[in-house]
Write a protein of this length. Structure first.
Length: 163
């Protein structure tokens, strides 16, 4: 796919679950990492990619653990920014032809709206807003277990030829 657009399917595509999520010890099919997965920030975060819709919208979730909190007992803002970039990165990589190009985070603007705490499950919805030849832009919305917005991000991914 030289135009870097995702293939389409009928209806939402569940991401395979054997073990393909960080909390289960792996990455989705098609991901090849030069570093052992267990040693990555992706594994530390524990973001699970749950579903990909026809339009490229990605739904993910993450159980908050004590290591995600700041000293006052609420989720550290860097965790929200990291979740947004992680989901945008994995989703862009999943959609491009990774034999020819790769993607890296280029910018991340995250707004913090409401605190969340240890034991809460964040629900994440990442929507592609621009899918260009050299960049992709995502909006990423994060909600607490009660469906209340906690954070929102705009993430730009650079898409570059492999070297």
């Amino acid at each position: 796919m030289s135009d870097h657009t995702p293939s389409t399917t009928n209806g939402p595509t569940p991401v395979p679950r054997t073990p393909t999520t960080p909390s289960e010890g792996g990455l989705p099919p098609g991901f090849e990492a030069p570093v052992a997965f267990a040693d990555t920030f992706t594994a530390y975060l524990g973001v699970d990619l749950d579903e990909v819709d026809d339009d490229g919208t990605v739904r993910a979730s993450m159980l908050l653990r004590p290591g995600h909190l700041q000293p006052f007992g609420i989720t550290h803002g860097g965790i929200y920014a990291s979740i947004a970039e992680e989901v945008a990165s994995l989703s862009t990589y999943r959609a491009i032809d990774s034999r020819d190009v790769t993607c890296v985070g280029q910018s991340n603007l995250t707004h913090f709206l409401r605190p969340s705490a240890n034991g809460d499950t964040l629900r994440v919805v990442a929507t592609p807003r621009h899918r260009g030849r050299t960049s992709w832009v995502w909006t990423v919305d994060m909600y607490d277990g009660e469906g209340r917005p906690c954070a929102m991000s705009t993430v730009t991914m650079a898409v570059r030829p492999r070297r």
